[in-house]
Design a protein around this ligand. Structure first.
Ligand SMILES: Nc1ncnc2c1ncn2[C@@H]1O[C@H](COP(=O)(O)OP(=O)(O)OP(=O)(O)O)[C@@H](O)[C@H]1O
Length: 832
């Protein structure tokens, strides 16, 4: 173990750098026993890891989008794989990286960074991280796995907590560890933590054990939300040195630093149940987190001054926020409905932090010489310290310690100047506030005065109002009484008016009845005249209709006669044509029979000839076979003779000769019947041919006869058609003539009808005008009568009202009853 001064951003060099936003991930744990014991199970946020979004389900709830969102199903391995492993690669390539866990108490910051409670859950199982192992143990295991490919490397770690703003070394085993000091390095820049122990790690397990021990030393307390609530911020720093050899053979040291920060809970003091000392704790936690919030705000708003110095937490995290470190914030939230406000504030906080831009820079590689020089310097400093301690020669400080003290003094001076500036600023603000209070007091005095005045006015107004109310009540009573009296009088009057109007109406009705009777009489007369006219017209119409019907019937009967004649002519034509057709068919049938019998006779002759031919061939065959057997017998005999006696050989040759002769004779015989047959067939063929020719000639002559019959039938048909169209033309001419003959008498009938209608129309028109005039008279008379009734009624009412008004003490408006009565009267008149 090595007591050292840890430079939070040591070893950086100037280089071209790109800005990069801080990465922000949100982890929402599942409901646990503490949430469910409060029966606050349902969440008011919807967590959507696939879209990296969290949405408040309250009305007008906001949706927050982050770089990554982990839901309750996300495991420790998921967080490591997606967030930590890529950052570890960056650390190994020479970057400084930080991961900060932020959230209210009990939401899983320590669980995420370290894992489950090591006293109950093992961190390592079978040399592998357990399911509950958090970021730090997983990082250590993965780091040593990755480093195994390098020949030389070193891994150091430090572990500090900030409790009530005070830094404390969690690796120190001493009872009274040397006070850790945090100061700004004015020469090299950055923040230095002095007297911090750094442990050189042998392997991952070594680191995990140190984590366990350090974690045990951490301040913890029971809160409403967490049985083992961490009450401090803590920073676990892993520093890695890797030796590299350049192509030129120079040995360089690559440095990377990984800060793993578990912040204290950002809870509300009252709700977390923190009391007494813990309330102070919570206040101090909140103070450093408030400063962290202010730092974030200033960074986001690009402010010139960022108040890193206002808390030790922000001083340590200075390089991770807006500095040259690659940073990721993991905001942890609870799904419990009870924690809605805290969750919302965490989300707001994290969302703001997302906008912070860092300028990550790779650390400068150290040469062996530089490193040696650093170690030599350190040894010299320690030697000098030892010497001074041995000699006990007053206060001895090595130049390095002196410089560190000077830096610290300088830092304190800067802090004191900052504080003085702050005090001045606060005094100015207090002064302004005092002015405002004085001003407010003046306003309050004037307000009080105004209130007193207002009260006076209000009281006098109230008493006046009360008097007015009692007066108005008396008036109301009087008025009511007068109204009742008035109402009764008016109602009597209205009754009287109604009776008068009824009388007038009765008179009007009598007169109207009279007029109605007159009109009815008129209408009866008119109806009678109409009836007479109608009867006369009906009679005329019937006469014309009968005459017309007669003419129509005549026309129809002549039409019928013509059609009858035409039908007869056509029937004659068709019977003639049918007879012709029958004759042709008959002749065709007889021709067919004749031809059939000819063909049958021919067939018989051919069959006969064939039989004769077959008989001849068979007899010929028999004769030849007979002849052959005879010859064969003769040859046999002659051969027998030849073998018995050579003397007979000559006879034999003679026989042979005779055989030859016979043979030629036979051949001639054979040819002879063929010739005969041929001649016979030829003669038969000639006979058949001549017979056929004869038949064809006969058929042709029959066909010719038939064709000529057909032609004559066609001619007859044509003639008949011509005759038919001729008779049709005559017929249509007759009809046309008949129509032209009829046209004049028809026109005369129409004219007669027209002429008879004219006087009738005139008479009707006259009668209609007369009726109209009678109606107009009646209506004007009724109008006049109604107006008269109206005037009479109005005058009567008016005179009654004016008489009433002059008689009554208080002028009153026409009562509602009277108004209604008047409306009823008007309606009755208008109905009339
Ligand atoms: N994702 C999780 N899965 C399982 N258990 C969890 C998870 N997150 C938290 N827990 C459990 O919830 C309890 C509280 O978690 P933890 O101590 O990590 O909260 P915290 O945010 O660090 O609280 P505090 O700020 O008070 O220290 C612990 O018992 C822890 O094991």
């Amino acid at each position: 173990m090595n007591r050292n001064s840890l430079r939070v951003n040591a070893g950086l060099r100037k280089q071209e750098v790109k800005e990069a936003n801080i990465q922000v991930a949100v982890r929402c744990r599942g409901i646990n026993r503490r949430d469910s014991s409060k029966r606050k199970k349902e969440s008011e946020f919807s967590v959507d890891p696939s879209r990296s979004q969290i949405k408040s389900l309250k009305e007008h709830g906001k949706t927050y989008t982050f770089d990554r969102v982990f839901g309750e199903k996300s495991t420790q391995a998921d967080i490591f794989k997606e967030i930590v492993a890529p950052m570890l690669v960056e650390v190994l390539s020479g970057y400084n990286c930080s991961i900060l866990a932020y959230g209210m108490t009990g939401t899983g910051k320590t669980y995420t960074m370290e894992g489950g409670d090591p006293s109950t859950v093992p961190i390592i199982v079978n040399n592998c991280p357990s399911q509950d192992a958090g970021i730090i143990p997983r990082t250590l295991i993965e780091l040593f796995n990755s480093l195994s490919k390098f020949s030389e490397y070193s891994v150091k770690l430090s572990f500090i907590e900030l409790y009530n703003e005070q830094p404390r070394d969690l690796l120190s085993t001493e009872n009274n560890p040397e006070q850790i000091k945090i100061y700004d390095d004015s020469r090299k820049g950055g923040v230095v933590i002095q007297n911090l122990e750094e442990v050189l790690l042998k392997d991952a397990m070594h680191g995990i054990n140190i984590l366990k021990q350090g974690s045990e030393r951490r301040r913890k307390a029971v809160t409403n939300y967490n049985a083992r609530s961490s009450r401090s911020h803590c920073v676990f720093t892993i520093t890695i040195h890797i030796k590299e050899t350049t192509t030129e053979g120079e040995e360089l040291l690559k440095v990377g630093k990984f800060n793993l920060v578990d912040l204290a809970g950002s809870e509300n003091i009252g709700r977390s149940g923190a009391e007494d000392g813990h309330a102070k704790e919570a206040g101090s936690i909140n103070k450093s987190l408030l400063t962290l919030g202010r730092v974030i705000d200033k960074l986001v708003s690009d402010s010139a001054h960022v108040p890193y110095r206002d808390s030790n937490l922000t001083r340590i995290l200075q390089d991770s926020l807006g500095g040259r470190t690659k940073t990721c914030i993991i905001a942890t939230i609870s799904p419990s409905r009870n924690s809605y406000d805290e969750t919302l504030s965490t989300l707001e906080y994290a969302h703001r932090a997302k906008q912070i831009k860092n300028k990550p820079e790779i650390n400068q590689k150290l040469t062996k010489m530089v490193l040696l020089k650093e170690y030599v310097d350190q040894i010299e400093r320690l030697k000098a310290d030892l010497q001074a301690a041995r000699e006990r020669n007053g206060i001895f400080l090595t130049p390095e310690s002196w410089r560190a003290t000077q830096d610290e003094i300088q830092d304190l001076k800067t802090q004191s100047k900052d504080l003085q500036d702050n005090i001045k600023q606060y005094q100015k603000e207090i002064h302004e506030l005092n002015d405002k209070i004085g001003h407010m007091e003046l306003i309050e005095i004037s307000n009080r005065k105004a209130v007193a005045e207002f009260q006076g006015t209000f009281l006098s107004l109230a008493s006046g109002l009360e008097a007015a109310i009692s007066k108005s009540k008396t008036m109301d009573l009087e008025l009511n009484e007068a109204m009742h009296n008035q109402l009764y009088t008016f109602s009597d009057q209205a009754q009287k008016n109604l009776i008068d109007s009824q009388k007038y109406i009765d008179i009007g009705f009598d007169q109207l009845d009279k007029r109605r009777q007159e009109i009815e009489q008129l209408s009866t007369d008119q109806n009678k005249a109409y009836r007479e006219l109608y009867d006369e017209q009906t009679r005329l119409f019937l006469g014309y209709r009968d005459a017309n019907l007669e003419a129509q019937n005549k026309l129809n009967s002549s039409f019928e006669n013509i059609l009858q004649g035409l039908r007869q002519v056509l029937d004659n034509h068709f019977s003639k044509i049918n007879a012709c057709h029958d004759k042709v068919n008959e002749e065709m049938a007889s021709l067919m029979t004749t031809t059939q019998s000819h063909v049958e006779a021919q067939d018989n002759t051919i069959k006969l000839l064939q039989n004769v031919l077959m008989d001849t061939i068979t007899s010929q065959q028999k004769r030849r076979e007979l002849f052959y057997s005879e010859i064969t017998n003769k040859i046999k005999t002659s051969k027998t003779i030849e073998t018995t006696t050579s003397l007979n050989r000559e006879h034999l040759s003679a026989l042979e000769r005779s055989y030859e002769l016979t043979k030629s004779h036979l051949t001639s015989l054979e040819q002879e019947p063929n010739e005969e047959l041929k001649t016979k067939i030829e003669s038969i063929q000639t006979g058949v041919k001549s017979h056929n020719e004869l038949s064809i000639t006969a058929a042709n002559s029959v066909l010719d006869a038939l064709t000529s019959t057909n032609d004559s039938a066609d001619k007859t048909l044509e003639r008949l058609g011509q005759e038919h169209s001729k008779s049709l033309g005559i017929f249509s001419n007759d009809i046309e003539k008949m129509y032209s003959d009829m046209r004049v008498p028809l026109a005369n009938i129409q004219d007669g009808l027209q002429n008879s209608l004219i006087p009738f129309e005139e008479m009707t028109r006259e009668k209609a005008n007369k009726t109209q005039r009678v109606y107009d008279d009646a209506i004007s008379y009724m109008q006049k009568a109604r107006n008269e009734v109206n005037i009479l009624l109005t005058e009567k009412v008016k005179s009654e009202v004016s008489r009433k008004r002059t008689n009554s003490r208080v002028p009153l408006p026409i009562s509602a009853t009277f108004k209604r009565q008047k409306i009823d009267n008007d309606d009755a008149i208008s109905d009339l």
